[in-house]
Design a protein around this ligand. Structure first.
Ligand code: NAD
Length: 121
């Protein structure tokens, strides 16, 4: 018996080849641990069936052998944030600068997500 501990809560997983076999099993296992799972596969019908069976699944038709196609995955991840786009290293550096500055002198032990609002949804 598998115990679900929520160890992937708040995370997004892209599982390629997840319409069947190993990828499908991985998608189900990740979802049971709380991840939002993107099912990336060539097979549309089977992929949608897997995605619909998950709490928070999304199917994307992707051929991973075509170099331009994984761009669709990046686009899908960008659209999951309330603020569109992906954070840059500079966004994180700005947050670190704020926490290190005198303006944050009375702030301690706080987690400051730099995630475009993803975890606040
Ligand atoms: N090393 C080992 O011990 C071991 C054991 C089992 C399987 N495998 C290998 O792992 C792989 C997966 O096995 P499986 O049983 O899950 O196979 P499977 O055929 O059930 O699943 C493969 C999935 O990948 C998808 N896919 C194939 N080409 C793709 C592409 N270009 N872009 C996107 N999706 C694509 C298919 O549509 C399918 O849904 C196979 O290559 C298999 O040989 C290795």
């Amino acid at each position: 018996m598998m115990i679900n501990t929520g160890k992937l809560e708040g995370k997004i997983a892209i599982v390629t080849g997840a319409a069947s076999g190993l990828g499908k099993a991985i998608a189900h296992r990740f979802a049971s641990e709380g991840a939002k799972v993107i099912i990336a596969d060539l097979l549309q019908e089977a992929g949608k069936t897997v995605a619909n069976a998950l709490r928070d699944g999304l199917f994307l038709k992707v051929d991973v052998s075509v170099p331009s196609e994984p761009d669709a995955l990046r686009q899908a991840m960008q659209n999951m944030n309330p603020i569109p786009g992906m954070p840059t290293p500079e966004d994180v550096a700005s947050a670190a600068l704020f926490l290190a500055s005198d303006e944050a002198r009375f702030i301690t032990g706080v987690a400051l997500p730099v995630d475009g609002g993803y975890t606040a949804r």
